[in-house]
Ligand binder design. Structure first.
Ligand code: NAI
Length: 776
């Protein structure tokens, strides 16, 4: 059983996003909504939603091409065409009557094997299926996606005792492998897991900020980064979600939560916030919320609200001593810090963690299910039980006791050994019965962290590590900040290739972190540039080229396994792999020209080679060169692995793993399959023919025109010309043949010329300071 065709009913915020994501997974999907009164186009709502999504940023579609998989329709004319759908997701307004009416109409249409699921955030499943047949009940579940459905990784799945277990298993599998979600099983309780705890946390964080007289900036800085919460903190998050939505969520919880639920005691209506909403401060979708942008002359100034008066004034971000101190002392130090901010951290965490501890097993049978829901649904780095362990379960319980608060029974149980512990290299979690059980890893889920728990690196220096992934495969991991690349990385890569060649069968390039690599360490580069150590710069370029060439021609397969950013040198690393198994959410690009450089670690060479053999492109030497020139010259970054294939950063044969948790295992399996198939390294391209100066002139004219049109800046022209020289083959002509080393030498020469240019140095400095490109 699987899903070959799907439908989504309700083309609003969630429904259209879910339909797009089903299309991202390659599943054809019908998107239906109602027929508006008097509409000429009866499917206008769904059609309009698809059109809007093609323009939305961040994009719901992983490639514009997959939009074709979504067919718009309406619930009056097209319901019958759902009869061959395997999965029908209902995402209409949050109104039990509207949903019930729709299910009654769906019941006679759907095929017996089909699954119908609701995206409801608050309505209990038992209410939704009231009055439906047993067969419908067996086919029904809740699949709760988070907004936006492509990017938020959590999928909460709720089923009833009468739901067909095989159908639940099928949807879990589709959610996991094909949609790439972290699927968490929830009980049929209000708000399920993430919103139940999340709403409580938001309310507590707001209450305490008001009671302790903190500014929104202070509060956000404390509940943000130090607690592993996105830097929007709590007020920034509410701005994002919508201030007006909060009372609605609260009301719905208050009508369904158990009578003694702790949320009832902390729930408050704050007059200042009420007035903000009434005045139209609904958050980022409106004119602002707790923060707003005010135009002041040509500039926009960020302002924030005073929680006592409701007045706005320019936002200031104070340096908070408690937060600074935490860098050394950790979360335990923050909650113990003798300051109002330390007190704030304590009060927010004490209440939120106690609440979470009181909800197991009511909302989930496991603490790791709760932690995962908060990590994936609210983008917390650590779930509540992981946070409790960071403070220390006993420390937490003792202080609660000392301050006269109740200690939840589960926290009491955790006092001796914590919520999690490692036994024989395997992570165990505390269960409500007091025992510890291994945290299950689904088959095909592998983290480097799992390897690290049981082994030591084969090789290691200050910037990288080599691990034994088992079955004869090594794993090369960059360990610097944002996985930036430096000479140490290249050095260890060389050594890793030698060791793998001697004792192992294959190598995977991978790290657990958010990003594969942001490229060369610009800070380091700038340092060397500032002291004019040009030889050292050239050595760094040449060292990288050599390491990547050695990887390409190594006698064993090398598989790149990116997730997140793979930019500049990180992208070049992937270009030299025998195969890539990329997370769907990989953002790959050669961005060197943005900082006034040209790709110098073989990026120009590999992109040329790829485009020249692409049978889809027209003949002649110019089209492939022009295409590479355009992609590199404009520093294009693919916004998904699918787009990376379209731009040539990935090959059509490279794999895409939708679930981030499965990237490493998939990459390892791919490497082993290549070994099995009798891997032989590629042979160097025999003759590369490039047209030389005439082609360079052609590209120059194109850029000059862009400059005239005001699209290209003066330094863009200089950089584009250096890039054109490399891509056209320098002083060669079409009758001569070049080899890879010749193109690498051209890359090096162009790089060295650009890196000395004051306008390039200005770009690098600006990028380091502001994280934005300088358009000089
Ligand atoms: P929305 O208001 O953006 O969209 C609802 C859509 O349903 C509208 O396009 C409306 O025309 C359509 N609709 C209404 N009655 C219909 C009917 N009888 N047949 C077909 N279409 C009908 O709402 P949104 O935000 O997309 O929410 C949809 C569901 O997802 C709700 O159950 C909500 O609780 C849930 N949800 C919402 C989240 C969010 O962040 N907005 C997050 C997770 C779940």
């Amino acid at each position: 059983m699987t899903v070959k065709k799907a439908a989504v009913i309700g083309a609003g915020v969630m429904g259209s996003g879910i339909a797009a994501h089903l299309a991202n997974a390659g599943i054809p999907v019908m998107l239906l909504d109602i027929v508006p009164d008097g509409a000429a186009d009866r499917s206008t709502l769904a059609r309009g939603a698809i059109q809007r999504m093609l323009k939305t940023d961040p994009a719901p579609f992983m490639s514009k091409k997959v939009a074709r998989l979504v067919t718009p329709g309406n619930t009056e004319d097209d319901l019958q065409s759902l009869s061959d759908c395997d999965w029908i997701v209902e995402a209409v307004v949050e109104d039990p009557a509207v949903k019930a009416d729709l299910y009654a109409r769906l019941e006679p249409v759907i095929k017996p094997e089909a699954v119908v699921s609701s995206n409801t955030s608050t309505i209990p499943l038992s209410i939704l299926t009231r009055g439906r047949s047993d067969a419908f009940k067996a086919s029904f579940m809740v699949t709760h996606f988070f907004n936006p459905p492509r990017y938020m990784r959590l999928l909460e799945v709720v089923s009833a005792p009468e739901t067909d277990a095989a159908k639940v298993a099928m949807i879990r599998d589709v959610g996991d492998r094909r949609l790439g979600k972290g699927v968490v099983t929830c009980k049929d309780t209000p708000g399920f897991i993430a919103n139940r705890i999340g709403t409580f946390w938001i309310q507590v964080a707001i209450n305490e900020a008001i009671d302790l007289g903190l500014t929104v900036e202070q509060a956000d800085q404390i509940v943000g980064r130090p607690m592993g919460v996105p830097k929007t903190g709590v007020f920034g998050l509410v701005d994002l979600v919508g201030l007006d939505l909060m009372p609605k969520i609260a009301q719905s919880l208050l009508t369904t939560l158990p009578a003694n639920d702790a949320y009832r005691a902390i729930y408050r209506v704050d007059p200042v916030i009420e007035r903000l909403i009434a005045d139209g401060y609904t958050g980022r979708k409106g004119k602002g919320g707790f923060y707003r942008l005010e135009r002041s002359g040509p500039e926009k100034v960020k302002e924030s609200v005073d929680l006592r008066t409701g007045e706005f004034s320019p936002s200031t971000k104070p340096r908070i001593e408690a937060v600074e101190a935490t860098k050394a002392t950790g979360l335990a130090g923050l909650v113990a810090h003798d300051s109002v901010e330390g007190q704030y951290a304590w009060r927010v965490l004490a209440q939120t963690l106690s609440y979470a501890a009181g909800l197991v097993p009511e909302i989930s049978d496991t603490i790791h299910g709760v932690d995962e829901a908060m990590r994936l649904g609210y983008a917390w780095k650590w779930g509540p039980f992981e946070l409790a362990d960071m403070i220390g379960a006993d420390t937490l319980a003792a202080r609660l006791e000392a301050e006269g608060f109740a200690v939840p029974p589960l926290l009491e149980l955790a006092r001796a050994e914590g919520f999690y512990k490692t036994v024989d290299g395997i992570l165990h979690a505390l269960h409500p019965d007091g025992g510890y059980r291994p945290v299950p890893r689904a088959e095909g889920v592998l983290w480097l962290d799992d390897i690290k728990r049981t082994s030591k690196p084969l090789l290691k220096n200050g910037s990288a590590c080599l691990w034994d992934l088992g079955d004869g495969v090594t794993g090369f991991e960059v360990t610097t900040k944002m996985n930036a690349l430096d000479d140490q990385v290249m050095d260890l890569l060389g050594k890793s290739i030698a060791l793998t060649g001697r004792d192992y069968k294959a190598m995977v390039l991978y790290s657990d972190g958010t990003n594969f690599s942001v490229g060369a360490n610009l800070g380091l580069a700038l340092f060397v540039i500032n002291v004019a150590l040009w030889d050292q710069v050239e050595q760094l370029v040449e060292g990288g080229q050599k390491a990547y060439q050695a990887m390409k021609y190594a006698p064993f397969p090398v598989v790149g396994a990116p997730a997140g950013l793979a930019l500049g040198g990180g992208c070049e690393m992937l270009l030299h792999c025998d195969a890539v198994q990329a997370a769907g959410e990989s953002y790959i690009g050669l961005v060197e020209t943005g900082v006034g450089l040209v790709p110098g670690w073989g990026g120009c060479k590999e992109m040329l080679l790829r485009h020249m053999v692409n049978p889809k492109r027209p003949n002649g030497p110019m089209p492939p060169i022009q295409s590479v020139f355009e992609t590199l010259g404009t520093a294009k970054v693919a916004k998904s692995a699918m787009e990376a294939q379209e731009l040539g950063f990935l090959r059509p044969t490279d794999g895409i793993t939708m679930n981030r948790d499965r990237v490493l295992a998939d990459a390892k399996a791919r490497a082993l399959a290549m070994v099995q198939a009798g891997y032989t390294p590629p042979s160097p391209p025999e003759e590369i023919r490039l047209p030389g100066p005439t082609a360079r002139t052609g590209m120059k004219i194109a850029v000059d025109q862009m400059a005239l049109a005001g699209v290209a800046t003066p330094h863009d022209r200089v950089v584009a010309d250096a890039l054109a020289r490399v891509l056209s083959g320098g002083d060669t002509d079409i009758t001569e043949t070049l080899d890879e080393d010749a193109i690498l030498a051209l890359e090096r020469a162009a790089f060295m010329e650009m890196v000395r240019h004051p306008a390039t140095i200005a770009r690098i400095e600006h990028m380091l300071e502001t994280n934005k490109p300088l358009r000089n």
